[in-house]
Design a protein around this ligand. Structure first.
Ligand SMILES: Cc1cc2nc3c(=O)[nH]c(=O)nc-3n(C[C@H](O)[C@H](O)[C@H](O)COP(=O)(O)OP(=O)(O)OC[C@H]3O[C@@H](n4cnc5c(N)ncnc54)[C@H](O)[C@@H]3O)c2cc1C
Length: 309
């Protein structure tokens, strides 16, 4: 089976409700996901953050969850972020937070997600911290760009909120230029959702070439951005560009996912680059986990070995 077919199969499975219910509620499911998810509770996530901070790695804490359907659920999701921001400040962690707008009620009422998210960003501003708004599938791209700009431009919030751009989308460069005009911090990634060829480059080579082109725009923009990738060729191209252009190594950060390429995380830190690891945690880990399997089907073997061990 080709990589693309497997990728599509795992992304389709990420929407499968019965499998999700079974996985999230079973001990075997929790064991399977343990490589990529730092536990189900806030204390476990904070413990993972402390361990990475000791290795000179910053983190972004993500309380897993997407597509909530009631205001009460959205407020409950936001409450965890308020708790995290307080805990980060109290413990002096090198950590910020990442959230999804569908988790803040974007599907329920167009005014709800901006209201709830602005409250979280206000809290981040009050504790000198930062909220990253993750990017979801293309039905949400425009709304995410618009909401990030609206929040960034509201009083006291500038610099305390940023979002994510996906290099697989044709529209990515234009969105980047719009966000940069406001001085908004961007995390650049390839993109993790299943998108049609009318919206996204179907071939990996084209996605990679676009990533490198966009990386160059970001690193010469004068704003602090995150290069989120485990792709060694792209990391190499980034390092070469930084050297050629004499860009300060500390003027941006590399970002990677919890449990992925820990060797590379450490070697970049040793070379003097800023590194941030995205730490997902919580009980609603299933869609996130399936997207990680989609990116690298070899992970299925790893997970299977873990269960049999
Ligand atoms: C910090 C961070 C935040 C992200 N936020 C978002 C977001 O908001 N929205 C979004 O759509 N996507 C997000 N992503 C996911 C991203 O879009 C890609 O799907 C993912 O990073 C894989 O792409 P890659 O750049 O690592 O390159 P790939 O070409 O997919 O992988 C390159 C190499 O990296 C390693 N690798 C990659 N993924 C895995 C894995 N799951 N397990 C083990 N090894 C792996 C393998 O060695 C692989 O050969 C994020 C990624 C990171 C690192």
């Amino acid at each position: 089976m080709s990589g693309n077919v497997l990728r599509s199969a795992f992304i389709a499975l990420s929407h499968n409700r019965p499998l999700r219910r079974f996985s999230e509620n079973s001990r075997i499911g929790r064991r399977m996901s343990g490589r990529f998810i730092a536990g189900t509770s806030v204390p476990e996530a904070l413990q993972a953050a402390e361990a990475l901070n000791r290795e000179n790695i910053s983190v972004s804490l993500d309380s897993l969850g997407e597509n909530v359907y009631t205001e009460q659920e959205a407020r409950k999701s936001a409450q965890i972020y308020h708790e995290l921001l307080d805990a980060i400040a109290q413990r002096g962690l090198r950590a910020n937070v990442s959230l999804k707008l569908t988790q803040m009620g974007m599907d329920i009422d167009p005014d709800l997600a901006p209201r709830i998210t602005t409250e979280v960003v206000d809290h981040a501003a009050a504790t000198d911290n930062f909220v990253r708004i993750d990017m979801e599938g293309t039905p949400y791209t425009q709304a995410t760009v618009d909401m990030t700009r609206a929040i960034h431009n509201s009083p006291g919030c500038a610099g305390h909120v940023g979002t994510v751009m996906q290099a697989y989308l044709y529209r990515c460069e234009e969105d980047i230029r719009t966000l940069l005009a406001d001085g908004i911090r961007i995390r650049l990634c390839k993109g993790a959702y299943q998108e049609p060829p009318s919206l996204a480059f179907p071939a990996k080579n084209d996605v990679d070439a676009n990533y490198i082109k966009l990386m160059k725009i970001l690193l010469t923009s004068g704003v602090y951005h995150g290069m989120a990738t485990h792709d060694e060729a792209i990391i190499h191209a980034t390092k070469r560009f930084v050297e050629e252009q004499r860009i300060d190594k500390k003027s941006f950060e590399f970002q990677m996912l919890y449990g992925v390429r820990r060797d590379l995380q450490h070697s970049l830190v040793k070379e003097g680059y800023n590194m941030r690891v995205y730490i997902p945690f919580g009980t609603e880990w299933y869609p996130y986990f399936m997207r990680r399997l989609a990116e690298r089907p070899a992970n299925v073997l790893f997970v299977a070995k873990n269960i049999l061990r």
